[in-house]
Design a protein around this ligand. Structure first.
Ligand code: ATP
Ligand code: MG
Length: 571
């Protein structure tokens, strides 16, 4: 491709509405153009990288035995009503009516459509297992679309769905996908972690997420420093350990804590460490109020309490609900005299003489003790894991890293097949529900995550497998005949060798061309200039390391091709 004839509109300044670096750089490097909030055009340079991720995904899916199909974006409401998600999915589901006033939605995911395909053709156990996948555009009306392709409303996803006759088979299908995902992210040249993820309260199901590691990631990944265990923060297990404090019990005392809003305020006013304070948080589990006790220095994990209660919807209570359940305002809830069920994090059972809210404006209590002053319905692991907590598998220490969720695999069980009557006849002629799994990868988010992980102050740094072009040939002065000829020859030789090359033949100042080269981040940058040519040499810069070396003119194409090949192979 010749830069002079290409469509690569770069910007000097960061666009005002781009908060994260991948979004800024994708806009500046002319990869995407915003059409509406969370809806983008993929411009030619961006599309090349998108296509590369798709290709890797497609090859690994095929290799794992999955079969490609393509399902529609427009989904009729009937299928979603059958699964029950028409009512349950909420506002992320973009609904519309056709000219006959029939309800439709834009598919945010395709369990319904694919289950309908399978149930209409699959009758016998002999037709299973099968795994169907597509690479297709999804629409989710996200509350806060942001960060460019990272959280769009319209985005490209690879979604696969497995169908098995028994649990063992379903686990095997899951395992194949898990391995395929590892191959995919390795082949993309990204540093990633597979983490155990929360799978909600569906029985027999499990789930893993694939996180591209990046300091700017939205997700917290908890990893053991000593073994392989990694989990996302929603799931990471906190070991129940400790000894009940032997402190003598004091009497309960009322303390005026006017204007206290945070644990830190209360801790100061009660003269107690945050570890001695217990927060009482009111949540609504399927519209029923429940109190959750968490130590002052810990954070409530909503997924854990939701799973413990088996609730389908769990929300923090609003001020009216808090007043109704406790008789007091927000910030002053406590366990004494509460009529609602009280669940407490394990850490709370080891405490004596704690400080809690008084269920009254500007009042806290201290010297409060479990059993004597209040009862707990159940203790459980209800808090977020933290750096330094113990690993449940090996006793090692947890550390925190940040990541971007690019893939998610999920054993679904019979949730959809049951609701939508997707059954098969077994060898005895008996009808059974098909056991399903679903497996997603965000294609655009993977490209964005790659940039979050690999960039510097000057621009992007593509890993070779995702680079829109592999080599940039910079024709320093197109008016110099020798330079022009050498650059053209190298360009043709690279094309002949199957290398993806961008020839910067623009009549621009060298400074501007080097700046653009750094911004667009093509892995190998070759400079063809008059000075080097006199010695029969070309300079090649490795964009990632900044290392420069000289190549003899006559073997330059071969040597560049070799460098591309070995970078693709991860050597
Ligand atoms: P998140 O928690 O980030 O909203 P999710 O759990 O809703 O993700 P899944 O339903 O598991 O995501 O979708 C599979 C994959 O699709 C995700 O791992 C992610 O890579 C991608 N994805 C999901 N939502 C978006 C989005 N709004 N924009 C871009 N990619 C997305
Ligand atoms: Mg989501």
């Amino acid at each position: 491709m010749r830069y002079s004839q290409y469509f690569l509109p770069t910007l000097k300044e960061n666009p005002a509405d781009a908060e994260v670096v991948s979004h800024q750089l994708m806009m500046r490097a002319g990869m995407i153009r915003k059409v509406a909030a969370g809806v983008y055009s993929y411009l030619p340079f961006g599309l090349r990288s998108i296509r590369k991720v798709e290709q890797i995904v497609r090859e690994e899916m095929n290799r794992a035995g999955a079969i490609e199909l393509l399902m529609p974006m427009a989904n009729p409401a009937e299928l979603w009503q059958e699964s029950g998600r028409w009512d349950y999915y909420g506002k992320e589901l973009l609904r519309f009516k056709d000219r006959h006033q029939r309800d439709f939605c834009m598919g945010p995911t395709h369990e319904e459509v694919v289950t309908d395909v399978v149930r209409s053709f699959v009758k016998s156990y002999r037709q299973l297992p099968v795994n169907l996948y597509q690479i297709q555009t999804k629409f989710r009306d996200e509350v806060r679309p942001r960060f460019g392709l990272m959280r769009g409303r319209e985005f490209i996803m690879k979604d696969a769905y497995s169908f098995d006759t028994n649990d063992e088979g379903a686990n095997e299908s899951y395992e194949k996908m898990r391995q395929a995902y590892c191959h995919i992210f390795e082949r993309c040249g990204l540093k990633y972690r597979m983490v155990e993820a929360d799978s909600g309260a569906i029985g027999g199901s499990f789930s893993h997420e694939f996180m591209v590691l990046a300091a700017t990631g939205e997700d917290v990944v908890i990893s053991c420093e000593s073994c392989e265990y990694s989990a996302n923060i929603e799931k990471a297990v906190v070991v129940d350990q400790g000894e009940v404090s032997q402190e003598p019990m004091r009497e309960v005392e009322r303390v005026v804590t006017e204007g206290a809003h945070t644990v830190a305020d209360v801790s100061l006013m009660l003269n107690l460490d945050p570890q001695q304070i217990v927060k009482t948080m009111l949540v609504m589990a399927d519209d029923q109020p429940v109190a959750v006790l968490i130590r002052g220095d810990h954070e409530l994990n909503e997924a854990k309490i939701k799973n413990l209660l088996g609730a389908s919807v769990l929300e923090l209570a609003n001020p009216e609900q808090i007043a109704e359940a406790t008789g007091g305002p927000v910030g002053f809830s406590g366990p004494l005299g509460l009529k609602v069920p009280i669940y407490a994090d394990n850490a709370v059972k080891y405490l004596r003489n704690i400080g809690v809210g008084g269920n009254e404006k500007d009042i806290h209590l201290e010297g409060v003790n479990l059993e004597r002053d209040f009862q707990v319905t159940q203790f459980a692991d209800l808090r977020n894991a933290m750096e330094g907590d113990r690993c449940p598998h090996c006793g090692g220490q947890y550390s925190n890293t940040r990541g971007i969720e690019v893939g998610h695999i999920f054993k679904l069980g019979t949730k959809y097949s049951e609701a939508m009557k997707a059954t098969f006849l077994d060898a005895d002629g008996k009808a059974n529900d098909i056991i399903m799994g679903c497996y997603g990868i965000g294609i655009g988010r993977t490209v964005a995550a790659s940039i979050e992980q690999n960039h510097d102050d000057d621009g992007m740094i593509w890993p070779m497998p995702l680079a829109p072009f592999q080599v940039l040939v910079n024709m320093l002065n197109p008016k110099d005949d020798a330079v022009r000829e050498a650059a053209e020859n190298l360009y043709r030789a690279l094309l002949d060798a199957g290398v993806e090359v961008l020839l910067d033949d623009r009549d621009e100042r060298p400074g501007a061309k080097f700046k653009d080269a750094d911004l667009i981040g093509i892995p190998l940058n070759v400079t063809v200039g008059a000075r080097g040519l006199k010695e029969g040499q070309l300079e090649v810069k490795d964009r990632a390391t900044g290392e420069k070396s000289m190549l003899p003119l006559e073997s330059a194409a071969t040597m560049l091709q070799e460098r591309v090949t070995s970078a693709l192979a991860g050597v």
